[in-house]
Design a protein around this ligand. Structure first.
Ligand SMILES: Cc1cc2nc3c(=O)[nH]c(=O)nc-3n(C[C@H](O)[C@H](O)[C@H](O)COP(=O)(O)OP(=O)(O)OC[C@H]3O[C@@H](n4cnc5c(N)ncnc54)[C@H](O)[C@@H]3O)c2cc1C
Length: 437
């Protein structure tokens, strides 16, 4: 990225949280010419998470941040997507996918990645750019008017702008909202584990599931399982979602699982897969949600990613939306006066993120119908892929209506921001920040 139209003011930006949202924002904001420091509560960044689908709307940004070569050997592109009934394994839908389709139609590919692989590649890029990451630096408080954060150690770090990328249980959300805004339980747990494919080449259950680069989902009443290939097709990753029985108490996450719990929650058909997992390596966590927040920003601080719009995993958009957030925020910090950054960011992102959030909730209902007329009607719809996710975006005055897919996958942060600038041209008068393109 070469400097372009450099002006007079490089901002000091503190990003709270080194998850996907925080690292995305760091890469983008650094690319816009500002000075970035990340403060992360954990003292070690562990390999956590499952598969994340990164769709064209977000791979576009990862490619701009020069991550394609680093990720190439880890990417999986599914060729078949199947939905099966959870109890007898009957095929409800099977769609062949052309890995080059998204690239041709949306000018950017779709990648299935292990969250840990994506996170590691982004982290290495951040480090290679000299961006400082302070680990073991939990933020306990922040002054959003003066732009400073107070760490658990008592240290106060001052800056020009704070980005709250501290996840679904965000502290920065409470600070910006001026009251506690706890995450909501969704009523579901997720279990995740991964199997090394090499060990299961001849396994009668696992081998057929991964043949032909397939991604398989089993849908049932109040629960589902998704099995996908990851890490350059060397891993078979499984995520099982089922009703929360309260056994995690106040804990968010737990390593290890009770095999009886799997037995109680899944039929023989799915159990045979789940039973391959080493119970000590299973991660179990509470899925959490949030109703749309009124304010994503206050003073010199803004929220991004799961801190302001956690996405239920049913549309696989949490990581992609976090990446879009980072890209859009960097545009705002590059081109707008500081006092307009928070409101412009929320204007640009709120409606889109909220509609995706709401449709993810709808998709959960649809995936989890109890057996009966609604489930039968859904299974009929599944036979015709054009009937699946036939949602509409809320109309925007003066803009053409797009199909759900075109609006979701065709999104380009740079185009959106240019259009926003044209519509709000008066805001350009006081641009002071450094700009690189
Ligand atoms: C079961 C499941 C499946 C999913 N599948 C997909 C998928 O297929 N596709 C997809 O796009 N997304 C998926 N997601 C969502 C995705 O993982 C997240 O939405 C995305 O990674 C954005 O997270 P984030 O960076 O905002 O938050 P997080 O990943 O939670 O990161 C927040 C960071 O902030 C740190 N932190 C927290 N508090 C503080 C503090 N006070 N001070 C300093 N640091 C702090 C934390 O330690 C953490 O490192 C899935 C999620 C789940 C649960």
């Amino acid at each position: 990225m070469s400097p372009h139209a450099v002006t007079n003011h490089v901002l000091d930006v503190i990003i709270v949280g080194a998850g996907i949202a925080g690292l995305a924002a760091a890469l983008a904001i650094h690319g816009a010419g500002h000075h970035v420091t990340i403060v992360e509560g954990a003292s070690v960044l562990r390999e956590i998470g499952a598969g994340v689908l990164i769709s064209s709307n977000a791979t576009r940004e990862l490619i701009r941040w020069d991550l394609e070569d680093d990720l190439r050997v880890l990417i999986v592109q599914s060729r078949v997507s199947r939905v099966l009934r959870w109890d007898d394994g009957k095929v409800l839908s099977e769609v062949k996918m052309d890995p080059s389709f998204a690239l041709k139609k949306y000018n950017a590919p779709v990648w299935m990645l292990h969250r840990a692989d994506l996170h590691t590649a982004m982290l290495k890029k951040v480090q290679s750019l000299g961006i400082e990451i302070k680990l073991g630096s939990r933020v306990l408080n922040a002054d959003v008017d003066e732009a400073s954060v107070t760490l658990a150690s008592g240290e106060v770090l001052r800056c020009d702008f704070i980005v709250g990328a501290d996840g679904v249980r965000s502290k920065m959300r409470d600070i910006i909202s001026q009251e506690p805004v706890p995450a909501l339980p969704t009523g579901d747990y997720a279990f995740q584990f991964a199997l090394e494919i090499g060990e299961y080449k001849n396994d009668p259950v696992i081998a057929p599931l991964v043949e032909g680069h397939a991604a398989t989902a089993w849908w049932g009443p109040g629960r589902h399982v998704i099995g996908t290939l990851l890490r350059g097709e060397s891993l078979f990753n499984c995520v099982a979602v089922f009703p929360d029985d309260g056994s995690l108490g106040d804990e968010h996450k737990q390593l290890g699982a009770d095999v009886d719990e799997l037995r109680r929650n899944f039929s023989d058909c799915v159990r045979s897969i789940l039973f391959h997992a080493d119970p000590s390596s299973i991660v179990k966590w509470k899925l959490q949600d949030l109703d749309p927040l009124e304010f994503w920003h206050r003073g010199h601080a803004v929220l991004i990613g799961d801190a302001c719009h956690p996405m239920l995993p049913y549309l696989a958009q949490g990581a992609s939306q976090a990446i879009e957030d980072g890209a859009v925020l960097a545009q705002c910090l590059a081109h707008l006066p500081l006092d307009r950054v928070g409101s412009a960011f929320q204007d640009l992102r709120f409606s889109r993120a909220t509609q995706i959030q709401q449709n993810a909730r709808k998709q959960k209902t649809e995936n989890h119908y109890p057996d009966g007329p609604e489930q039968q009607a859904r299974d009929e719809r599944l036979k015709d892929p054009t009937q699946v996710r036939a949602w509409q975006w809320e109309p925007v005055v003066g803009k053409p209506n797009k199909t759900w897919s075109d609006g979701l996958f065709g999104y380009d942060s740079q185009v959106e921001f240019e259009e926003y600038l044209k519509e709000h041209d008066a805001g350009r008068r006081n641009v002071k920040q450094t700009v690189r393109l």
